[in-house]
Design a protein around this ligand. Sequence first.
Ligand code: G4P
Length: 528
Amino acid sequence: MTSLDSNVARRRTFAIISHPDAGKTTLTEKLLLFGGAIQLAGAVKARGEQRRAHSDWMKVERERGISVASSVMTFDYQDHTFNLLDTPGHEDFSEDTYRVLTAVDSAVMVIDAAKGIEEQTRKLFEVCRLRDVPIMTFVNKMDREARDPFDILDEIEQSLALDVTPGSWPIGMGKNFLGVYDLFKDRLVLMERSKGEMPDEGESCSGLDDPKLDRMLPSWAVDKLREEVEMARGLCPEFDMEAYRAGTMTPVFFGSAVNNFGVREMLQALGEVAPPPRPQPTAGRTVAPDEDKVSGFVFKIQANMDPKHRDRIAFMRMCSGHFKRGMKLKHVRSGKQVNMHNPVMFLAQDRELAEEAFAGDIIGVPNHGNLRIGDALTEGEDLRFTGIPSFAPEMLQKVRPEDPLKAKHLGRALWQIAEEGAARVFKPRFGSDWIVGVVGSLQFDVLADRIRTEYDVPVRFEPTTLYTARWVSCEDAQAFKKFQDSYNQALAEDHDGDLVFLARNAWHLDRAGEDFPALKFHKTKEHA
Ligand code: G4P
């Protein structure tokens, strides 16, 4: 293997998808502990001033007010380099959360063992499904009263239409949670309730019939384990690498993140079976990760929080080649050269200048707003990466300037924000209001704040009765025109001039579909 091949082969770029409170932050922290990237549990949440002082990049961040903290976390474990991309949840839930999933090769789905699949997990899962992203499942909080493991497997299978196969099997739950049996490695791993410490590797067994198990577990537990695993093996298909990598089967691991339990088994499985950087589709051809020439695409822009600066960090997912600092890359959309003097790499809590990078890595490119989501950077070839869509917003509000004379300024601000990809902005064919769409409600507050501070236009967001937005297209020009005539009141244009249908409710959307069967309604839109 060449050095390029081996550097690509050892990379695992993934994200965690979950509903708030399922344990994503806790699991992240434990993964970083295994990777030796942090020494202290709690470091992901509590980033002390002291550590900040060590890092020049942090200083830059603080001075310019750009926060890229924990957007990407890179760590090594055994023979692999992991890039864990954060999927902002809670108040930061936004289109970015979805788009991060276009830059990963696999995902870990964390679910709360008492709650099962929750709304945000399902939404993020749907985005993974768009690209057939392979998914590994971690059923967390087994140290609490949890649902029956069969129930959980059944729910994943039924509600997400995925084949499930257990990678480990829990022994008891809640107060009686003793540990797991690792079905991939035939190992018994017992839990010690000592937070933050490393669990031991577990005891190797020659299978579930190994008499060792009878010595190590109470008899109720060992009988139950044998019985349940036998049943699970009867009910679930065996792990199938192809099916997992095609995104149709998920191996399921049970554990307790806060007790650092079951995490190692999953991390090892990620190293062993999760895919290395995948070939990336472009408009003309597929780019292989081991091609010599460097290429990558921007999937996220972090805007400056300091209104005095227009600096931004563009997050670029490397798709091929061996990147070296100081390279000049072609910004395909403008045709201009970009000097990569200060690309940033993310090492858990630190930022460093990225001296080199390979496919699967994420580098941060400081810029003044010229880089946009979906843009390609290459060593010369005019590539246009596909599969980095805009997502239809799930919440729509009207926006008005406090001062009616500032309507033009507001329009300009909104257009720029839309180009950056921070929100969807629609100009309805009727009326003078702008409609702004987001996927997380707090984004409205964030936007109002940005428009006021960056563009000096105080604005008001107001609720609408709109239910959802869909991009529309139609191959039959006549039907398309007829549709536009009949539904003119519900049509708007986005910042690229593409037609959008703003539905008042689910019925309205269904009705339009029934009236015009030739019409296509899209939940996502590829960047032009
Ligand atoms: P999130 O990022 O997905 O939102 O979840 P996070 O890790 O912050 O975890 C949410 C809460 O669940 C936290 O409790 C965390 O300690 C707890 N938790 C995570 N993993 C486990 C587990 O395996 N077992 C149990 N019993 N609890 C778990 P909190 O009280 O909200 O915060 P904290 O003060 O404990 O940090």
